[in-house]
Design a binder for this molecule. Structure first.
Ligand code: PXL
Length: 282
């Protein structure tokens, strides 16, 4: 059985970060170790959330794991709670990177043209450096623009612009780059990816549903990680992750009692598990 470690916060209520990554990746049949970077009462779209930083726990956990000879098939990072954590997570990656495992970085810090509360430009440039260590990064368009120091263009872009962003992002050092939330047609939404080694582009779109929810980036990245750990190629993993994210949004819209703060990803898990047959279907 594969084992990964995911490093991100616990938002106790909010359906994001660890409360999404843990169930989704486990459902993919992958052991999911965690390092919580912070404990928040809720995610930061709520008012008045509590926040306990756990930076000082990361190195002691890492040291114990080294002593126990523990290793991981992937290191997947999401929301990191402080600037200081970037340095420590970078050291963790140096300790646990092997020839065979994957570093997957979701540089969670911004959306819709603005940084999430508490993030600074200093954090952005350090995150861009961390992305240089990754095998796969999955920024959205806002995070990409911030990391490259270019203006966020909203919906006003074409395929050539996205390709330029992807190539520039790969120059940060990541082997494969996935841009999320890409849309060229008003009724389609998906991802565009670039492999810096083969210099090839790949895209996949699905229906753009008329609603936008918190936490979908974490759901996408978790499903992609789960699929990659099931012998799916990046292209296969992206299709599965896009389709699963859309299905999670659909389940949410079908539920008249859904909460505003996240999506009903739990109801779409059977579909995700059903799709994890990459090695059989190809
Ligand atoms: O979904 C990304 C995320 C993760 N963790 C926390 C957040 C957010 C987005 O706002 O606030 C605490």
């Amino acid at each position: 059985m594969k084992r990964i470690v995911t490093i991100q916060d616990i938002s106790c209520v909010g359906k994001c970060s660890l409360t999404v990554a843990l169930p989704i990746i486990s459902a993919c049949g992958v052991e999911t170790a965690v390092i919580p970077t912070a404990v928040l009462s809720t995610h930061t779209a709520f008012q008045g959330f509590t926040f306990r930083d756990l930076t000082s726990e990361i190195m002691p956990i890492s040291a114990h794991w080294k002593k126990e000879n523990l290793g991981f098939d992937a290191i997947y990072t999401g929301y990191l709670g402080s600037f200081e954590q970037l340095e420590i997570v970078s050291r963790f990656m140096d300790e646990f990177k092997t020839e065979d495992n994957l570093i997957i970085i979701d540089p969670v810090m911004a959306d819709n043209g603005t940084l999430y509360p508490g993030f600074t430009l200093e954090f952005v440039s350090e995150m861009a450096k961390l992305c240089g260590k990754a095998d796969v990064i999955v920024p959205n368009l806002t995070e990409a623009a911030y990391m490259l120091g270019v203006p966020y263009v909203g919906d006003g872009y074409d395929e050539a612009y996205i390709k330029e962003l992807l190539v520039s992002l790969s120059q940060l050092g990541a082997k494969q780059v996935v841009l999320t939330g890409v849309s060229f047609e008003s009724d389609q939404l998906g991802v565009m990816a670039y492999d810096g080694e083969t210099k090839s582009f790949f895209f996949y779109f699905n229906e753009k549903l008329p609603a936008s929810f918190h936490g979908t980036g974490d759901i996408f990245a978790s499903a992609m990680t789960g699929a990659l750990m099931n012998q799916c190629t990046l292209q296969q993993a992206l299709k599965i992750a896009v389709d699963y994210t859309v299905e999670s949004i659909r389940k949410t819209m079908d539920d008249p009692k859904h909460h505003w703060y996240g999506v009903n990803f739990e109801r779409a898990i059977p579909m995700l598990v059903e799709r994890l047959n990459c090695s059989r279907s190809h």
